[in-house]
Design a protein around this ligand. Structure first.
Ligand code: NOJ
Length: 513
């Protein structure tokens, strides 16, 4: 395993695993680290370079792990430190990097830091969280919580309010207190000492706050601050976090969840190559199936992330949003076109486990909903086979996604024309091509329903032509190009005739290459 050298994360395709839903091995219906370890062979076969595990730390699970009660251990439901070390070691043996989910903005209300903080206004840890007096019996300001209701909870015993931008069980840490920053840095060191390659930093744009905590302006008062909080105090905090990562060998990397909605507003979070290594750009995660909108969003990102260190990140699905195929109305053709675009853009793509199967969200009955944010559908368990139980030893904690009898890993691995093989072919093509990994991106003019672009680097060229529409289209340059990967496998290695069926896309290479 290489421990230094070029930034691995620029060349990587990262695969997000929601551990509860990947594979259970101990029969409690909840996925675990052993379920991931046993399937490293699958991930290596698929061709991903790194995995990011949604939180695995001890947690009361009010927000399924995004409420951490101990940053330096593994929740019993997932395993223990020994099972983590084994997973990390075997992943590394296969050349797969491992990133953990670092929940920076808040802890669980059951974290000993908060228990101590809430115990008394005189507690030495009182100031580790954000406590304020109310205003005439009302919360200290007008902030709303992301899960509804005010972002403040009153503590009867100490007669003050504490801030929680998420659930009351997720009190916000006070990062303006240097002891908090130091303690959180220690948690990064704990995992880097064990050998993890990096972190996904949860809502990390929220950590810097104006200590005055002013009311939000009237026109924003109805909305929680997560998608517009952009405080300059976050940047020095990110710089000291970066210093901690940089003090280790092996290019440890951090990708930040910064929930701001435009590419240009994400740009400052890279700093001068001294803040986040990567910043999620969620623009396509929220985009409709509209080629002109995709053209615009990709071009915006190209303009915003032009500096060499502002390396773009692309995402079509995660554990917080309906899966891409569901968002595109259930069409597998569209899911295939989207995959071909995602894996040929300039920047690091993040996949969400199950998207390579073309999974749709599970239909979860109201009585079975578990998540306070109602995101259960996209968190359904991964079906590993068509057999009863789909490879799980007990009934999983959430219902299966649609068509699990036929849409499962074993069945799609056996079918070379499946969407799973499309992902694998795209990952292989990306690995082989410097133009795809590193090259420039240039939009090509074409019919309105077509998204087309060219990537090039060191004389190597690749073209992508994607038909978002419902009718066949023609797109020039016949017989100069060969299909390297088509959304329909039958197109592979054919000389490109310029014709695309509805809902079809191709990755092309020059005939003479
Ligand atoms: C963002 C995470 O992705 C989401 O799942 C979680 O609920 C919030 N942050 C709070 O940690």
């Amino acid at each position: 395993m290489k421990t230094s050298g070029a930034a691995w994360w620029r060349d990587a395709v990262v695969y997000q695993i929601y551990p509860r839903s990947f594979l259970d091995t101990d029969g409690d219906g909840i996925g675990d680290l052993e379920g991931i370890r046993r399937n490293l062979e699958y991930l290596a076969w698929l061709g991903v370079d790194a995995i990011w595990l949604s939180p695995i730390f001890p947690s009361p699970m009010a927000d399924f792990g995004y409420d951490v009660s101990n940053y330096c251990d593994v929740d019993l439901v997932f395993g223990d430190l020994a099972s983590f070390d084994r997973l990390l070691d075997e992943a590394h043996q296969r050349g797969i990097r491992v990133m953990l989910d670092w929940v920076a903005n808040h802890t669980s209300d059951r974290h000993p830091w908060f228990e101590e903080s809430r115990s008394s206004p005189e507690s030495p840890r009182r100031d580790w969280y954000i406590w304020r007096d109310g205003k005439a019996g009302k919360p200290p300001n007008n902030w709303k919580s992301a899960f509804g209701g005010p972002a403040w909870t009153y503590d009867e015993a100490t007669e003050q309010w504490y801030l929680h931008i998420f659930l009351p069980e997720q009190p916000d840490l006070n990062w303006q207190n240097p002891d908090v920053a130091a303690a959180m840095h220690e948690t990064l060191r704990f995992w880097m000492d064990r050998g993890v390659d990096g972190f996904r930093a949860d809502v990390v744009h929220l950590i810097g706050k104006d200590p005055e905590l002013p009311d939000r302006p009237e026109h924003l008062a109805h909305r929680h601050p997560v998608s517009d909080h952009d405080d300059p105090r976050t940047h020095p905090l990110l710089r000291s976090i970066r210093t901690v990562l940089d003090s280790y060998d092996g290019d440890r990397a951090m990708v930040g969840e910064v929930n701001l909605r435009s590419a240009v507003s994400l740009r400052p979070y890279y700093g001068q190559a001294d803040e986040l290594h990567m910043v999620f750009n969620f623009s396509l995660l929220f985009a409709k199936w509209d080629p002109s909108r995709w053209r615009e969003l990709i071009a915006d990102a190209e303009a915003a992330f032009a500096a060499p260190h502002a390396w773009p990140v692309w995402v079509l699905s995660n554990h917080d949003r309906p899966r891409q195929r569901t968002r595109y109305g259930g069409s597998e053709d569209r899911a295939r076109v989207a995959a071909l675009v995602l894996l040929t853009l300039r920047g690091t793509p993040f996949l969400y486990a199950g998207e390579e199967l073309g999974l749709e969200d599970a239909a979860v009955a109201e009585s079975e909903l578990r998540d306070p944010g109602l995101r259960d559908g996209c968190r359904a368990p991964i079906p590993w086979s068509g057999a009863p139980g789909h490879g799980w030893p007990a009934e999983p904690w959430l219902p299966w996604p649609p068509d699990a009898d036929s849409r499962n890993i074993a069945a799609l691995r056996d079918d070379e024309g499946s969407i799973l093989h499309l992902y694998r072919r795209l990952l292989g093509a990306r690995r082989r091509s410097i133009a795809l990994r590193n090259g420039t991106w240039e939009l090509l003019e074409g019919p309105p329903e077509v998204l087309a672009y060219e990537r090039s680097e060191h004389g190597e060229r690749r073209r992508v032509v994607a038909n978002f529409g419902e009718a066949p289209v023609a797109f020039g340059s016949r017989s100069e190009w060969v299909v390297e990967v088509g959304t329909r496998a039958a197109l592979d290695e054919m000389t490109w005739d310029g014709a695309l069926r509805p809902g079809e896309a191709v990755l092309l290479r020059p005939v003479d290459e």
